[in-house]
Every structure is written in C-alpha cells, then in structure tokens.
Design a protein around this ligand. Structure first.
Ligand code: GDP
Ligand code: MG
Length: 163
C-alpha cells in the first residue's frame, strides 16, 4: 500500500502551503465523510519515483485559543491513526507556542515517526531560528519555506526514511 504522510500543526504555520507543494498539480480530493474528515484534504505526491498519500489536516476556521487547540488535537489524533509518518509543522517566524508544545506531546505519545518541519525560513539569515525547536524532542528540525519552495526535498527525504 501507498504510505501516508499527515501534515499536523496549529493553524497558520503553513500546512496547506506545504501540502500544495507536495501534491503539485495532482488533484487533491476532498473527502466528505460527515463529522470526521470534512475539513481534511487528501492528495498524492511522488518523490524519487515513490508515490505517497498526503493529508492536510485542520482546514476549519475557528475562533478562540481553546477552540483552536481542541480542533487541532482532534485532527492530530485522526492523522496519527491514518499516517505512516507525521510531518509536524511549526512556524520559524513565530517560535514555539504553547499549542506547539501540546501537539508535540500528543505526537510524541503516539509512537509514530515524526519529522519536524520549521516553515517560513525564507532565507539563509533566518536559519538560526530553527535551533529552539530542538526542545520539542523530535531531533533535527528541518528548515523549509513553503512560500519559496525551499527545503521540500530535505523534508521528503526525512519522511521517506520511515516508509
Ligand atoms: P495553515 O493554516 O497551517 O494551513 O497555513 P497556510 O498554508 O494557510 O499559511 C498560513 C499563512 O502563512 C499564509 O498567509 C501563507 O501565505 C503564509 N506562509 C506559508 N508558508 C510560508 C513561508 O514559507 N514563508 C512565509 N513568510 N509565509 C508563509
Ligand atoms: Mg490550512
């Protein structure tokens, strides 16, 4: 079976941007299973001849910190079930937030392989912003810029190790 990558993280870190980079112009399918997957996008990607499924989690617009965290947790739990590898996405411009820490703990407890992607590292000067993310406990943070398409290969290489 085709391995599945789930992209998990709090809102606005760049999950959908990364998803679009991975999927490219391949059609993304909106699954419409009421109550469960209505806000998730499924697509397929390919890297060095190996096809994979990719899930973009948490597309809902929600207000308030508590609501956000609850929704993200639900999404993370669903993604954990389905995924072979989780791409944990954080925002290198914003730094670590309490929501990142909560999601990190949830992912850590799952025992599933996690690759940590630090998005919004748009240029070389921002490289040093990745170091604080070591404290999340997922090994080497991988600098990426979804906006500029930087680091996507490194991220996919790291994910593929777990296929
Ligand atoms: P999501 O909520 O996690 O799916 O995040 P989105 O992909 O919707 O992106 C949230 C915001 O961050 C948007 O305004 C994007 O344009 C912006 N963004 C995404 N990737 C990057 C990046 O690599 N660099 C910068 N500077 N902004 C980005
Ligand atoms: Mg999104």
């Amino acid at each position: 079976a085709r391995p599945t990558i789930a992209i998990v993280g709090r809102p606005n870190v760049g999950k959908s941007t990364i998803f679009n980079r991975m999927v490219g112009d391949r059609q993304a399918i909106v699954e419409d299973k009421p109550g469960i997957t209505r806000d998730r996008l499924y697509g397929t990607g390919e890297w060095f001849g190996k096809a994979f499924n990719v899930i973009d989690t948490g597309g809902i617009e929600i207000d308030g910190e508590d609501e956000i965290l609850r929704a993200v947790k639900v999404q993370a739990e669903l993604a954990i079930e389905e995924a072979d590898v989780i791409v944990f996405m954080v925002d290198g411009k914003a730094g670590i937030t309490p929501a990142d820490e909560e999601i990190g703990q949830l992912l850590f407890r799952s025992g599933k392989p996690v690759v940590l992607g630090v998005n919004k590292i748009d240029n070389i000067k921002m490289q040093e912003e990745i170091y604080e993310f070591y404290s999340l406990g997922f090994g080497d943070p991988i600098p990426i810029s979804g906006a500029h398409g930087i680091g996507m290969g490194d991220l996919l290489d790291a994910a593929m190790v777990h296929f």
